[in-house]
Design a protein. Structure first.
Length: 148
């Protein structure tokens, strides 16, 4: 009986080890020796944010009515919320809804509370913004290209 228990324990140990991933899955689960990543993560160990491809400096133009102004953003990933990129220098956040589209929630930028939406297209960031003042809804557009 003891030999049978040892054999049973040995078989269980082998079977559980066979399904282990080579590297531990950081943000996912191991399924048949491969990490199945949680939403917003990728890589062999699910240890990289999908949005990390957008990290870096962007420079461009903010168009508002007939005026234009140079703008820049240095985007970094959030360690707490994988669907958000930050531009710390501007104190702005970009909340991604898909891998290429994001919301620009109401936040103070250039002295007004702006909100809008945007998208990432290869090395281009495009953001349509608006705010409301006494004259009504005002619109703006940012087009910024990766600088690095």
């Amino acid at each position: 009986m003891i030999k049978q228990l040892h054999l049973f324990a040995f078989i269980c140990l082998i079977l559980s080890a066979c399904n282990q991933c080579k590297d531990k899955c950081v943000n996912g689960v191991c399924i048949e020796k491969y990490c199945d990543c949680d939403v917003w993560y990728e890589g062999d160990k699910c240890d990289r944010s999908e949005l990390s491809i957008y990290e870096g400096e962007y420079k461009g133009v903010f168009s508002f009515g007939t005026e234009t102004e140079a703008v820049s953003f240095n985007l970094t990933s959030s360690s707490e919320t994988p669907s958000i990129l930050y531009s710390a220098a501007n104190d702005l956040k970009f909340e991604f809804t898909t891998i290429t589209r994001f919301n620009f929630p109401a936040q103070n930028w250039m002295g007004e509370i702006w909100m809008g939406e945007g998208e990432m297209l290869l090395d281009l960031m495009s953001i349509r913004l608006q705010y409301t003042d006494s004259a009504g809804i005002q619109h703006g557009l940012i087009k910024a290209y990766r600088a690095d």
